[in-house]
Design a protein around this ligand. Structure first.
Ligand SMILES: [Fe+2]
Length: 367
């Protein structure tokens, strides 16, 4: 350790007297120090400090132009928080006042002139030993922080994957690929961005919307998959999927699940108030209004066992026909203006690029 510290430490010497510099250099070189930089003009300290990143600064206290105190103050602003670059003051002034002034400005130790060789080496070595312990500790902390970050990201990825798989489980009987749920998420995000939601809300929406029908898990196959027309009693059973979804998703501290709960409960509301729970207009949460459009658009434009896929133009016509009745007229207008689906592919790509890095933050619990 001792040899390593002596061989590797960079020392910056600042003194306006060439003879003082030469003496200190001789002492240090004699002890094996190899990386010495010396400076007579204290006004250049900051520049040189930034260039060589010294492990210790040996600083004369009384200098013309810029004295040791001014240099110390400036150096303090250059040393990053949590870093430790000791400054050793070289002074002939042994007074209590001078020591207090230097210490309060951030100096770590003193050497009295004329220099005593063994004391000089011991004090410099002690300061450097502390410096390298700090460096080692910081490196260790950085490694630990990096590991915690990686583990946290891994955990968040796992949580997101679980959400996706939960959405897929809900869709499995209709669509065993789970693609409908993911498309609804993507289309909802596109609409959410167009309507002016924040990037964070859009990302939450993209991830929460696929869970809109999670409550279908609780609906019996005989009703959910019935090929014939439903009786009014069976229809009442189907309608329970919104409340089952709410129950499955309720009580979470995570905003993504809180949003998913609102979507699951309210995605069958109608703008005119004639939906499942009778909410009308803007009383229906915006994310549920968006998902209800995305859901219908995607169902209409894709094939199902009981129906053919219709064209995007047909789907948009249906949205316009239901504008102000089933759907929020403002959102319908925006969907039409977006020129779905031509813009959808481009917008989805753009969303992927801008939103992916934020995935880590959407799983933070709300406080
Ligand atoms: Fe539904």
């Amino acid at each position: 350790m001792q040899k390593g510290i002596i061989q590797n430490s960079r020392i910056l010497i600042v003194d306006d007297q060439a003879a003082n510099i030469q003496l200190l250099e001789r002492i240090l070189k004699g002890a094996g120090y190899q990386h010495l930089t010396s400076l007579m003009d204290s006004r250049k300290v900051l520049t040189v400090f930034s260039e060589i990143h010294p492990d210790l600064v040996a600083l004369d206290w009384r200098m013309p132009n810029m004295d040791g105190l001014s240099v110390l103050k400036q150096l303090r602003s250059r040393v990053p928080a949590g870093d430790f670059v000791p400054t050793l003051i070289l002074t002939a002034d042994n007074s209590r006042a001078a020591r207090q002034e230097a210490l309060s400005a951030g100096a770590k130790d003193f050497l009295n002139k004329p220099l005593d060789v063994s004391e000089t080496l011991l004090r410099i070595y002690n300061l450097l030993e502390t410096r390298w312990l700090h460096v080692e500790l910081k490196r260790h902390n950085d490694t630990l922080e990096q590991r915690v970050r990686e583990r946290t990201q891994e955990l968040e990825r796992a949580q997101l994957e679980i959400l996706q798989r939960l959405a897929m489980a809900a869709e499995y009987r209709d669509d065993c690929t789970g693609q409908h749920a993911q498309r609804v998420g993507r289309l909802s995000a596109v609409l959410g961005r167009a309507v002016g939601l924040s990037a964070h809300e859009v990302e939450l929406l993209r991830l929460a919307a696929p869970l809109h029908d999670v409550g279908k898990i609780g609906i019996p196959d005989g009703i959910l998959l019935k090929p014939a027309k439903l009786t009014s009693q069976e229809y009442a059973e189907i309608k329970k999927h919104t409340d089952i979804g709410r129950i499955i998703l309720s009580g979470s501290d995570f905003p993504i699940l809180q949003m998913a709960e609102r979507i699951a409960l309210y995605h069958h509301e109608r703008w005119d108030g004639s939906g499942y729970n009778g909410l009308a207009g803007e009383a229906i949460p915006i994310e549920a209004r968006i998902v209800s459009i995305a859901d219908v658009y995607d169902v209409v434009t894709h094939e199902r066992p009981y129906k053919e896929a219709q064209s995007p133009a047909d789907a948009l016509a249906l949205l316009q026909q239901e504008s102000g009745k089933q759907f929020d007229p403002n959102l319908v207008r925006i969907a039409v203006e977006l020129n779905l689906p031509q813009d959808l592919a481009l917008l989805s790509q753009a969303l992927d690029q801008t939103l992916e890095p934020q995935v880590d933050s959407v799983l933070q619990p709300s406080l």
